[in-house]
Ligand binder design. Structure first.
Ligand code: PLP
Length: 455
């Protein structure tokens, strides 16, 4: 009974990132089932999941092999820890499998439960590294405004969401932010994308000089900023960031919580030629298990791992569930399935170009401009007036209206201010993509009609 469940939910469940007052007014959509790239709500409404859950269900719903891996492990040994000089077979298998698929130079993994904990681990690891290197002043980590790196105190501090900072006296000391490479916001009139990318990267160098390189520990960024609105930087941006980090000897951290595990058509987003970085540390989560169970972690490059292991003694950090055997067993099955089924190659060679073309057709819609995609993430901008590139007043909530129409029309699409974004499962067929784009177009039409009716 949907109404009764909604009432119970509103009475007891504080949802993440949700205005509870608005829930009381309109109730939640209760998702009850998933199969392939589709989900169903408690009213039997079928919806194409254009967001892979929350950027995580990379292999889609209803995978019996992942269920079997979890069941087998739970029956054998549901849990054991890695604290007492002990470990489990799935944790061993996953650590070595991840180093096989990682870029060259990664031989070690630290496990967490989530991306947020992964990024907290990053803060502790980089500071520990510089302490052990005899450079304890190198504490400051540079991140970017509008980045999302999680919700723990460390993750939210690394993140650059001003609303989150305002609600908790954040960031914690030693974390500073530069602007994101978002040309719509920061570009100059007539500036080429290449020039803008270099200029955006130069903000890192300016910040390092301002702080003094001897005080800077690391720079962290997502290859493509996801929750910030699928901000795809110009191709000139990341190579220049890499050059600057190399020049000043600063660690480069790639937050691959979204971009990892095939999202950009490579195991890790930094391997995409458009990105092309050589990070020292990689945060992962989400797609490592296709979201079937919670698991995250940090891939630790040898430059850091060697120092930690040879000089560090005990690293006083860890979680009860670091290397949880059931989560690891699901991750092993997930990575093996991706390999066996050639998912990464199919994204790179077939799905990503197909999505780019199909999603690109939306550019002719009167509301839509700046349609972009990389791998299996895509975004567009909703314009009040395309010709003059005038955006809607934020108070109108046009993105949220469009998102609600999308739900009505059977597709999940996320609204981030002026941007509408998708990150569909990596197992879509061409027909799924076509149908998703048709439903998005219908939703744009409904949004357009609603705005005209409102005058
Ligand atoms: N980093 C990035 C880039 C993310 O997108 C997210 C979550 O969306 C996180 C970190 C935090 O991950 P989690 O929600 O698993 O803590």
């Amino acid at each position: 009974d949907t109404a009764a469940l909604r009432a119970q939910d509103a009475a007891h469940h504080l949802h993440p990132f949700t205005d509870t007052q608005s829930l009381n007014a309109s109730g939640t959509r209760i998702i009850v089932r998933g199969a392939g790239v589709r989900i169903w709500d408690s009213d039997g409404h079928e919806i194409i999941d254009g967001m892979s859950g929350l950027w995580c269900v990379n292999l889609g719903y209803g995978r019996q092999d992942l269920v079997d891996a979890a069941t087998r492990q739970m029956q054998t040994l549901p849990f054991y820890n890695a604290f007492f000089k002990t470990t489990t077979v799935p944790a061993i298998e996953l650590a070595s499998l991840l180093t096989e698929i990682a870029p060259p130079g990664f031989q070690h993994v630290f496990f967490t439960n989530s991306g947020s904990e992964g990024n907290d681990t990053i803060i502790r690891l980089v500071r520990r590294y510089w302490d052990l290197m005899g450079q304890p002043r190198r504490k400051t980590i540079i991140s970017r405004r509008n980045a999302y790196h999680g919700s723990t105190l460390g993750g939210a501090s690394l993140g650059g969401m001003s609303g989150m900072h305002a609600q908790g006296d954040l960031p914690i000391p030693g974390i500073v932010h530069i602007d994101q490479p978002y040309q719509l916001q920061h570009g100059h009139a007539g500036e080429s994308a290449e020039h803008f990318g270099l200029r955006a990267a130069s903000w890192l160098e300016a910040k390092i000089r301002e702080l003094g390189p001897e005080n800077v520990a690391a720079f962290i960024g997502e290859p493509v900023q996801g929750a910030g609105g699928v901000i795809i930087p110009p191709a000139s941006y990341w190579p220049e960031i890499q050059r600057i980090c190399d020049h000043y000897g600063i660690l480069l951290v790639s937050d691959e919580v979204i971009c990892g595990f095939g999202r950009l058509g490579h195991w890790f987003g930094c391997q995409h030629p458009h990105i092309g970085t050589r990070p020292d540390l990689i945060t992962f989560a989400k797609g490592v298990t296709s979201g079937y169970l919670p698991l995250g972690g940090v891939l630790v490059g040898e430059r850091i791992a060697k120092v930690l292991i040879e000089r560090g003694g005990e690293f006083q950090h860890g979680f009860t569930y670091s290397g949880h055997p059931t989560c690891c067993a699901v991750a092993v099955a997930n990575v093996q399935a991706m390999r066996r089924e050639g998912v990464i190659e199919r994204v790179a060679q077939d799905l990503a170009p197909y999505l780019a073309t199909a999603f690109g057709t939306l550019a002719d819609h009167p509301l839509v401009g700046d349609v972009q995609s990389l791998g299996m993430v895509a975004g567009l901008v909703l314009y009040k007036d395309k010709a003059s590139r005038t955006l809607f007043d934020a108070e109108l909530g046009v993105g949220y209206r469009c998102r609600d129409h999308c739900f009505q029309n059977g597709v999940v699409m996320r609204a981030v201010e002026e941007r509408m974004i998708i990150a569909p499962p990596l197992v879509m067929t061409h027909e799924d993509i076509d149908e998703m784009v048709r439903r998005i177009r219908r939703s744009l039409d409904d949004t357009w009609a609603g705005l005209r009716a409102d005058g």
